[in-house]
Design a binder for this molecule. Structure first.
Ligand code: OAD
Length: 272
């Protein structure tokens, strides 16, 4: 951490003077909660082909024809999502919100961890795995992460034949019309959510903090560029090379869970 002391200090100074900080996060912020990222070695896209299982149709097909591969991956993911807790990075962002520094967090993550850490103004552009939407009437409801995962795991372990009926048996039933609900997440080819607001808050920021995203998926990868164009300072925290180096004013090659608490400590004067 000492290696990046100057960058951490600069980031703390800039953030402490800012009043409209927007944060843009990706899978890397949840890596320290043991949820694997997509593109790091061993990440989700190393295990399954996103072009194959990244769409609702493809996932159904893979479930039916490649259950021996898909189901164990799904079980492991369920386990990771069930055990995950907000980490020091998520919590430090909420500390910055309470200090009046961070206004809005825009996330590509669907894991609910920002909300559980306390973040109040959250834009989930790829949706939320624990919000259900009815395929028939559009009714929406939230489910509690851990009991929902336990229910899915139990039902999944009872399936013998991986067909459409089996898949439907995993669905939450709509309270309103008794049809099936699906997690309100964006799959490939589906519309990304809350784009007008996400672009507006990006452009209104005086600082954008970019955390744990590779910057290869659009339109989310445009938020820092949009903020920069509108005059914001851009601070990037990511331990490895990513698509935002070119527009960063400060680049801190550290884990978010190490760098963010250090920055909070410097702002509050609790850390040298
Ligand atoms: P990626 O897997 O593409 O990138 C994760 C980034 O997090 C990488 O740049 C890592 O270097 C960085 N990283 C890893 N550990 C970190 C840590 N502890 N602290 C900070 N950074 C860390 O994930 P995303 O950029 O979020 O979309 O991927 C964007 C979208 O691609 C996802 O939302 C998903 C996927 O296809 C959909 O599913 C629609």
């Amino acid at each position: 951490m000492g290696q990046w002391k100057q960058e951490l200090e600069k980031a703390a100074t800039i953030l402490s003077r800012a009043t409209r900080v927007t944060v843009s996060t990706g899978a890397g912020i949840s890596a320290e909660s043991s949820i694997p990222t997509f593109r790091d070695p061993g990440g989700l896209w190393d295990q399954i082909n996103p072009m194959e299982a990244g769409t609702a149709k493809g996932l159904l097909r893979a479930f039916q024809t490649k259950s021996r591969i898909i189901v164990p991956i799904l079980m492991t993911m369920l386990d990771r999502f069930e055990k995950a807790e907000p980490n020091a990075g998520h919590k430090a962002l909420f500390d910055l919100e309470k200090m009046g520094i961070v206004r809005t967090v825009i996330t590509q993550n669907v894991d609910n961890l920002h909300k559980e850490a306390g973040t109040t103004d959250l834009i989930e552009v790829h949706g939320n795995l624990f919000k259900m939407v009815c395929l028939s009437c559009g009714w929406e409801r939230e489910v509690d992460r851990k009991p929902y995962i336990e229910m899915i795991r139990n039902r999944l372990s009872m399936i013998d034949v991986y067909d459409l009926d089996a898949l439907l048996s995993l669905a939450v039933i709509c309270d309103q019309c008794r049809s099936v609900m699906r997690p309100d997440v964006v799959m490939f080819g589906e519309a990304v959510k809350s784009m007008p607001r996400a672009f507006r808050v990006s452009a209104e920021s005086d600082v954008m903090l970019v955390l744990g995203t590779s910057g290869v998926v659009f339109p989310a990868a445009s938020f820092p560029v949009e903020a920069k164009k509108a005059g914001a300072g851009v601070i990037v925290i990511n331990p490895t090379e990513n698509g935002f180096r070119h527009c960063s004013d400060i680049y801190i090659p550290m884990k978010a869970g190490d760098a963010l608490p250090a920055i909070v400590g410097k702002i509050t004067g609790c850390s040298g």
